[in-house]
Structure formats: structure tokens, C-alpha cells
Design a binder for this molecule. Structure first.
Ligand code: SF4
Length: 319
């Protein structure tokens, strides 16, 4: 069961409205079934998010992990509004013309992080192709505001690709996030169908450039499986990511949000995820999280501690 906790009934994907339906695959296997979010902590997290007028990818993407994550107060902030200028075939975030940036948003995110008591926060955004810098400056301000109010909190950003926004990446990296994440999402062959507004090699270069600008930063990327990719293609993407010196890979099952979205090709069983994890570690990633319910920000707090530990081990082994 997926959870969409918003109550509005706007047309979220006008660009997909006239496309034929892709029937949503029934009979979800037991490893993808989750409990309904009911805990008091879940409700408290939701209240804090609402009080500060924030959007979260947890809700906008109808993430199946929301009950578990919000019980731990782990909400992933989605900045720059709730309307995306891209129209990816896998994504449930609403598409259209976004509103102007809210100058108070960085401060509001920082306050929410303080109230939630987060040791590690993940900040992501919609794509803002309409802005001259793709929203890079707003990311930098948000990182700065979080740091100013939450001295011990580590910050992870999951950014758009800043395609045709020269200098955008540098602005974000110079704000010194602890983790820079940009998802490749799928294998290059499926880009035209799944991620038509993006370019595989541009995304790869973005990750390589982030490490080049700040070699101390942790870089991270994610893939969805179950979209029609082959194992060989996934292994090739891992090699590409390693050549861009990416440290951390996440791999999770794609779930189709609505009949207008890309169909699920298959439900990948848990032992295949284990095998992807083994392959990734053998290829030199410091860390790989590969399970059916893995998402970019799933367990990001605990995984950041593991990343630091893995780097310390690698440095110690090399000295
Ligand atoms: S996995 Fe990420 S997006 Fe999903 S509920 Fe958890 S924090 Fe939110």
C-alpha cells in the first residue's frame, strides 16, 4: 500500500492526462507491504512540517516509508515549492508552473530541523528550470540557515541536475553540505522513456564535478530497479559511478504512482538487491544500500555515520 497523505485533488500531472493508462501492477509482494502511518510521533512530525509551511518529498512522492521515517522524525525537506518544471515518467511530484521562491523558506527549514531535533537532515527540491541558477543559491541559503541554527546537524542535499545552469553546482558545493546526492535514477537506455528532460552523462559529470570541487565531500547517487533494466546495465552504471568517484549508492524498487506513470516491469526480489549490494561494494563504493524499500533518504542518518566510518577505515588501511 502506498500512502498519499495530501488531501487536495488538483491535477498533479496535466502533461500526462492525455496519455494512455499503464495499468498499475497488482499483487504487490510481501516485501513491499508496509504498515499505515498511525504513531503519535508520525503525527507530531506532520504537525511541525505543517506549522512551518514546508513541503516534504515523503508526502509529495507518496513514499511508502513515511510511517517508519516520520515516527523517527526523519522528514526530508523539499524546497522551492511543490511544483516541478520537469515531467519525469516515474515521479509523483506535481508538474506545472512554480510560484516565486519563498525568501523565508531557508529559515523555516532551519527552525523545523531544530524542532525535529535532527542530527542529520536531507534537503531536496523540485526541478526549477525556470530560475536562472536552477535554485542553487536557494539551496546554499538553506544549508547556511540550517547550520546557523543547528550547529551539530549534518546536511545532505539531493539536488536537480542544474542542466544548462552554468555555475549552479559550484554555488551548492561551496555552501559545504556534508553529502552531495544526485540520482541517476535509471540506466542510460531508459532515459528517453523514464527521465526525458535529463541527460545521463550530464548527471554523471555533475557527480564527478562535485568531488572535483570538494574532494572531501561525500557523494551519493541512487537507482530505481524494476523499470525494465538488465543486470548488466545496472553493473555498468555502477562502474560509471565509480569512475566519477561516487562514494555511496542506493538501489530501490520502482513503484508506479498512478496509471499515467511508467509501468513496473517487475518486482525485484530481495536476494537480487543483496547481490547488487555485494557487487557495489566489490566495485569500491564505500557504502551501498540496496533493498526493495530503499529510497535516497531512507536511513540517511544512520548511513551517514556508516559512510564516515567506512572512509576512516579506508584511510587507515592506506596509511
Ligand atoms: S525514505 Fe526518504 S522520502 Fe521516504 S519517508 Fe523516509 S525520509 Fe521521506
Amino acid at each position: 500500500m502506498d500512502y498519499d497523505t495530501r488531501s487536495d485533488d488538483r491535477v498533479r500531472h496535466p502533461e500526462k492526462a492525455h496519455r494512455p493508462d499503464n495499468p498499475v501492477r497488482r499483487g504487490k509482494p510481501k516485501w513491499l507491504r508496509v504498515r499505515a502511518p498511525t504513531s503519535a510521533d508520525y503525527r507530531e512530525t506532520r504537525d511541525i512540517v505543517r506549522q512551518h509551511g514546508l513541503n516534504t518529498v515523503c508526502e509529495e512522492a507518496a513514499c511508502p516509508n513515511i510511517g517508519e521515517c516520520w515516527k523517527l522524525r526523519h522528514a526530508t525537506m523539499m524546497i522551492m515549492g511543490e511544483i516541478c518544471t520537469r515531467a519525469c515518467a516515474f515521479c509523483n511530484v506535481a508538474t506545472g508552473r512554480p510560484a516565486a521562491l519563498n525568501p523565508m523558506e531557508p529559515a523555516n527549514v532551519a527552525l523545523a530541523v531544530q524542532k525535529l531535533g535532527l542530527r542529520h537532515v536531507v534537503v531536496t527540491s523540485v526541478d526549477r528550470d525556470d530560475l536562472p541558477d536552477g535554485g542553487a543559491e536557494h539551496f546554499a541559503k538553506t544549508i547556511g540557515a540550517i547550520r546557523a541554527l543547528n550547529a551539530g546537524t549534518t546536511v545532505e542535499v539531493l539536488t536537480p541536475d542544474f542542466l544548462r545552469k552554468d555555475g549552479g553546482l559550484a554555488v551548492v558545493i561551496e555552501a559545504r553540505p556534508d553529502v552531495f546526492n544526485h540520482n541517476l535514477e535509471t540506466v542510460p537506455r531508459l532515459y528517453p522513456a523514464v527521465r526525458p528532460g535529463a541527460r545521463y552523462f550530464h548527471s554523471l559529470r555533475l557527480l564527478a564535478d562535485a568531488k572535483r570541487i570538494d574532494p572531501a565531500i561525500f557523494t551519493k547517487s541512487g537507482l530505481m530497479v524494476g523499470l525494465g533494466e538488465s543486470r548488466e546495465e545496472v553493473l555498468q552504471v555502477m562502474d560509471d559511478l565509480r569512475s566519477a568517484e561516487v562514494d555511496f549508492l542506493t538501489v530501490g524498487q520502482y513503484l508506479q504512482p498512478t496509471p499515467k506513470h511508467h509501468p513496473v516491469d517487475r518486482f525485484v526480489p530481495p536476494d537480487e538487491f543483496k547481490s547488487y549490494e555485494r557487487a557495489a561494494l566489490a566495485k569500491g563504493f564505500l557504502l551501498c544500500s540496496a533493498t526493495p524499500l530503499t529510497r535516497s533518504s531512507y536511513h540517511a542518518d544512520a548511513d551517514f555515520a556508516k559512510l564516515q566510518q567506512a572512509r576512516r577505515k579506508t584511510v587507515a588501511a592506506a596509511s
